[in-house]
Design a protein around this ligand. Structure first.
Ligand code: MV4
Length: 670
């Protein structure tokens, strides 16, 4: 076994690899970019080397800088994690050329699985089942149309060099084929540099079932059962689980055998995943092979009891696999949920900013157990636009699926995070969804359950308002006067008035969709609260740290409240409510924050198109600029009616976070 391992990655996976390497007694080397100098993965390793700027292209994707870091620190092995250089055959070769062990498969195996159509040809000859279709080199449109007719519609045209759902076209009929082919070719050429396509029968509601395989350099190749990753949105996995609900021993054996045959056909070594799509009747077809460790590997670790990173390191050091196929069994059921800094109500737009609070309940551990969290960020860290905005993965293990599901629900409700938007509430709704609970899984689940998963905004519940008022009055020093923080406290009652024992103040709050005005009155020791000038109800409260109890009339409420600047995060009955204190000065003048006239970039990115020019008059809500940030499109809309005074950027321009994009004059006086 080598004694020093360099981890050529960041975040959650770098922390996870470091934990196993250290447990095995290895020295660990982290690499980091300028955006990551204070990151958890740096602290988790014995040594750390800076490799460049915040953009992946100038750091985590730089093979030269990583190899130099390995040489300087005396590392003999490099673990690429996932993403970045993990499936880069040239990097695997460069490691070997530099005398380093690449913790992954042989470069030729990576390359063999890199082209979807070549991989399918190879799999066909290895006896691995494929979706009926054509994946050869003949690309004449007439020929491909004949193939599609023979397959039967609907068919799917896919870019041979594609993957992850990009460059695919569903074709419903022969008449629509030529146009779809041309459009798929154009996208394939511009996205992947090759316009080669393949044509397959289109499965309407497939399940995504993948098999974890492992091979060593001694000729052993085994599988560690399946994972079901059907719950996805736009080809991003959301929930993964093992075993797959409804799997029979016979089907498991057939899929496991096919996956091992696939791995053997390319001379595989190390950890890999063979991805299949499956039909409701259980028929399954090879899709692609991922030649690396996967994000969702912890569910397999949970049900098998083995540490897959330890196996990777042993195999890379030339040791045989620690167990044979017949020594593996499945224990219970595991679920993984990916927690992201993103806004499900805005098309899952990444949410950039400082993670002010991040607390997991005490039953959570950072290693294998009933509730495991794998994370790469901690409270105080910033979610930047440079990397995937994952906060953590939550992995629960139960005796059966229902126990695991309940554990997941309970744990999600007990996470405290503030500062960025997260998908935690969405994950909770997904876990509670009847179709998910009944394991009625396929890749269309999130879309089909849309109305249940994206409920319309509700009025802010009264208990939440009572707790908000209590927390504000408490922070305001009512009960703790003379607090030195008081002067800086935006919640301080600048707008209150006192005459003898009487005191009154109004707190304007907004949850982003609704505004509410809390009215508070004090007479001696007695307080009342009214909502939007409705009837006053008696209010009393007690505060213990973040924990607040309040009584409003007959209503008893309790929860945790975090105050940060003008923002109030309340965790009540398993749900987070974020309320902003609306600026009373802006309210008084009828100006909201956006009405200052400037419209700024919410995050760094590129301007894709500009819909307006100086001199145009626009109505509130009109699209002004489309930008691309974090691989997603984001449209900037007019916050109010007005005249475009100036446009500061053109299509193709790079913009920084906070850059003013457009000056919009107010509509008044026109
Ligand atoms: C398919 C398919 C239906 N029929 N192929 C999407 C990404 C790539 N890995 C393969 N994908 C699909 N290929 C045929 N012939 C449906 C999908 C698909 C999908 C597959 C796995 C997981 C999620 C998916 C979501 C939409 C479409």
């Amino acid at each position: 076994m080598f004694d020093t391992l360099l981890i050529a990655n960041r975040g959650e996976i770098a922390c996870r690899i470091a934990a196993t390497a250290r447990r095995m007694g290895l020295r660990t080397v982290a690499v980091y970019s300028d955006a990551d100098a204070g990151a958890r993965h740096v602290a988790a390793c014995d040594t750390a080397v800076r490799i460049g700027g915040p953009e992946p292209a100038s750091s985590y994707l730089r093979a030269d800088a990583i190899l130099e870091a390995a040489r300087r620190t005396g590392a003999q092995a490099i673990h690429p994690g996932y993403g970045f250089l993990s499936e880069n055959a040239d990097f695997a070769r460069a490691c070997a050329a530099a005398g380093m062990v690449f913790v992954g498969p042989p470069a030729d195996a990576i390359a063999a699985m890199g082209s979807k159509s070549a991989a399918k040809t190879l799999m066909e000859s290895a006896g691995v089942p494929l979706v009926p279709g054509y994946h050869g080199n003949e690309q004449d449109p007439g020929f491909l149309r004949q193939q599609a007719d023979a397959i039967g519609y609907p068919v799917l045209i896919k870019a041979s060099a594609g993957g992850g759902g990009k460059g695919m076209r569903i074709v419903e009929s022969g008449e629509a084929f030529a146009e779809a082919l041309a459009s798929c070719r154009r996208e394939a050429a511009s996205s992947f540099g090759s316009d080669q396509v393949l044509v397959e029968r289109y499965l309407q509601r497939p399940r995504h079932i993948e098999i974890q395989v492992f091979a060593d350099t001694h000729g052993h190749c085994i599988h560690l059962f399946e994972r079901d990753c059907s719950v996805q949105r736009r080809h991003q996995k959301v929930i993964e689980e093992a075993p797959a609900p409804g799997m029979t021993p016979e089907r498991r054996q057939a899929m496991g055998d096919a996956a091992v045959a696939a791995a053997r056909a390319v001379g595989y070594v190390g950890a890999g995943t063979v991805e299949f799509i499956a039909e409701p009747d259980g028929r399954f077809y090879f899709m692609e092979m991922n030649t690396r460790l996967q994000v969702e590997h912890p569910v397999t670790e949970a049900i098998t009891g083995h540490d897959l990173v330890e196996w990777q390191l042993r195999v890379a050091a030339g040791q045989p696999l620690p167990v044979a196929q017949d020594q593996l069994t499945i224990h219970g059921h595991a679920l993984e949920a990916r927690i992201y800094a993103e806004n499900p109500d805005k098309g899952f737009l990444p949410s950039i900013g400082r993670l002010d609070v991040l607390e997991f309940p005490p039953h959570v551990t950072f290693r294998q157990g009933p509730v495991r969290v794998d994370g790469g960020v901690q409270a105080g860290d910033t979610i930047t636009p440079y990397y995937d905005p994952m906060i953590a993965k939550l992995i629960v293990h139960g005796e059966d699926r229902e126990q695991a599901r309940r554990r997941m629900l309970r744990t999600l409700a007990a996470i405290r995070s503030t500062g960025v938007q997260t998908n935690i509430a969405f994950l909770g709704r997904l876990m509670a969804d009847p179709a998910f609970a009944a394991a009625d899984l396929d890749t269309g689940l999130i879309e089909r359950e849309h109305d249940r998963l994206f409920p319309p905004a509700q009025a802010i519940p009264e208990p939440v308002l009572a707790l908000a008022a209590a927390a504000v009055l408490h922070a305001d020093g009512l009960g703790a006067p003379g607090d030195p923080a008081h002067a800086e406290n935006p919640w301080a009652a600048a707008d209150g008035w006192r005459i003898s024992g009487l005191y009154s103040r109004r707190i304007p709050l907004s949850d982003g969709t609704r505004d509410v005005l809390i009215g508070l009155e004090r007479d001696g020791d007695a307080w009342t609260l009214s909502v939007d000038d409705g009837p006053a109800q008696a209010l009393s409260w007690r505060v213990d740290g973040a924990h607040v109890r309040a009584r409003l009339g007959e209503l008893e409420a309790q929860g945790e409240v975090f105050l940060q600047g003008r923002r109030l995060d309340l965790f009540v009955e398993g749900r987070r409510h974020t309320l902003d204190w609306r600026d009373p000065i802006a309210l008084a003048t009828g100006e909201s924050d956006e009405r200052q006239g400037g419209l700024s970039a919410p995050m760094p990115g590129k301007v894709l198109s500009v819909a307006v020019a100086a001199g145009d008059t626009v109505e509130r809500g009109a699209p002004l600029i489309v930008m691309e940030a974090m691989k997603m499109e984001h449209t900037i809309h007019a916050p109010h009616d007005g005249e475009v005074l100036e446009v500061y950027f053109a299509a193709g321009d790079q913009v920084q976070e906070g850059d003013a994009l457009i000056a919009l004059g107010s509509a008044e006086g026109e």
